[in-house]
Design a protein around this ligand. Sequence first.
Ligand code: NAI
Length: 730
Amino acid sequence: MIDYFKYAVDAEGICTLTIDQPDSTTNVMDQNFIDSFRAALERAIADQAVTGIILTSAKASFVAGADLKSLEATLTTKQDAKTLFDQCWGFSSLLRWMETAGKPIVAALNGPALGGGFEIALACHQRIVADVRSMVVGLPEVGVGLLPGAGGTQRTLRLLGVAKTLPLLLQGSQLKAEAALQAGWIHAVVPAEQLLAEAKNWLLAAPEALQPWDRKGFRVPGGSSPQQPDLAQLFMGTAAALQASTFHNLPAPLAITSCLYEGMQLPIDKALRVECKYFVKLNLDPVAGNMVRTVFINKTQADKLVRRPAGIETRKHVKIGVLGAGLMGAGVAFGAAQSGIEVVLIDRDQAAADKGKAYSETRLRRDIERGRSTPEKMEAILARIHPTTDYAQLKDVSLVVEAVFEDRGVKAEVFAQAEAMMPADAVLASNTSALPITGLAQSTQRPQNMVGLHFFSPVERMPLVEVIRGKQTSDTALAHALDFVGQLRKTPILVNDSRGFFTSRFIGAFINEGVTMVKEGIEPALIENAAKMSGYPVGTLSVSDEVGLDLAYKGAVQAQADLGPEHKAGSSVEIITTLVVDHGRHGRKNGKGFYDYAADGSKRLWPGLSSIWPLLPKARQPDVGEVQKRLIYAQLVDAARCMAEGVLTDPADGDIGGCFGVGFPIYLGGPFAMMDTVGIAQVVAECDRLAQTWDKERFAVPQLLRDMAAQGKTFYGPNRILAPALQVAL
Ligand code: NAI
């Protein structure tokens, strides 16, 4: 066992247990942690000289929570319920023993305490928190498909009552020190330098080593009977709201609610076992494993720029250029200026460039109104954005992001003007949504400097950037482009060049399938609801309207022009063309698309759809499950093709890109996680059936998937598949 706990007892009998995991910047709760925690506690409780215990950390944070790598391994391999229960109960019962062992114990939280770390604090008799900027406490487990399994649900319930606990746990709230104090989750906030002294003072006052719930006559605040009218109503409302928001695709929120419902009626010892039982249940559900891997492990690695080519010095971008101050250019300029980077923002005329800068001002004013920023900060950010028409100002930038119209000619024109002024080693990045980067690079002087940086709208809120490597893109340009994404604190995925790269192609498969169903006479409302029931944030037709039917139409025309008469347009192009060309329906932007949009912001499906594409009779409408399958499997096939073609070289890029960029249901963990969960052979069989029933081409699986099925391979796990292009391209 490696000991993570430093043990010190002072002259007044106060024992300080300092958590200090060796060779690590944080304390994570792995097996060594649990074993050494147990040993340290047993020693302190048995030590006659010790009258009280302070639990604190030597790191910047208190405890960073579970060791997610081993958690992923546990969650994604077959486990038996008994072993899992014993593990969970082992730790939960240790905390229960700690709070009932008879010696007062105070958690001195010097830095953030989330998840398991905060559960430890909740089992202490007193929680004192240092007033540091980074401080947050909370139980965010729901975000990765889990629940707090070491007493977090039961102790919060007994401290705060059901009504306050439900939102904290269902939203996985992370509270700053002051908010946690207000909520009653902690006892005191003190200056950092006084933290240990305050903890000691509390112990020296000889407090009783008893939790509120162990006192005689304890009652859960606000009541503990589900028959109590206000609580009955609360649970009914919560259950209904969960059904409406998750369609029961996410097991964790329901399990948390059940823990509270059952737990409030039980004594704490029994209630803790109930919590443990639900924790195990979630562990056995693939949702948690897939969410942990995609949301935490893969995303964290991507954030650390794991795909950055090695051996190239990091470039800290101090000044960049942005070409085109429209929706996207203005957003990129805002993000860069917020990250401390100077931005030359160029458009065709000064007014357009100024308008791009004004976008930042509007956003910042809103932030000030909401108390998230100050006028001084706003001024500093705005002072970094230099709107102009003068390309000469690009003479000392290290990177330029192009975000002008999606038109090859216009892009070539601005590339030429920029390249004439930019330093020879600056990166030229295009924010095109679909035009292949290799083709765009042909119109430049230095194609090796060209890379795709595909941002998503609205830039300030969307965490993903798809980084596209063209055929000639150099490792240096790629590395420096990734450095920029890192400075923006966004999550990059790395893909190889192709029309639509990964994300536009991938969402295109979803849109294409849904729109095609309209032509087949399937009820539009059925198509929309099937998507929402599957966990997509919006329906297919809605998303088409948001993107713009005119844009989709222009993209199709461009693809046909680029690829020649051999190219077979997608099955939805005919419908989009009819709507745009014959009916002037461009989507949300002109109030007319698949939906009609009213001035008050409401919308309803356009009744005219069924006059153009008559509905199938009721008896021939497919059931909702079949519509859901078509939408999801169309995307699975496309993801598999992207891997087979080497557009993707690692399933993690596809899963992160799908979930964080284009709304693939996050509880599925992404298309590759889903294929592994369903089983590759099963996916192939389902696609073959869909191909037979609906369309041979759209559901044709690539050979890669058949080979994987035959060989029993999975995308993740010990046989993790990496496309051959990884060796070629990276
Ligand atoms: P937009 O129409 O809002 O902005 C384009 C801007 O470029 C306008 O301000 C226009 O005046 C300027 N511009 C046009 N020609 C110019 C020239 N010759 N010199 C200087 N400036 C010029 O377009 P948006 O939506 O910002 O899109 C820009 C690019 O980003 C396109 O390639 C688009 O495909 C891509 N994109 C768009 C997304 C979206 O959600 N709107 C998402 C991801 C990528």
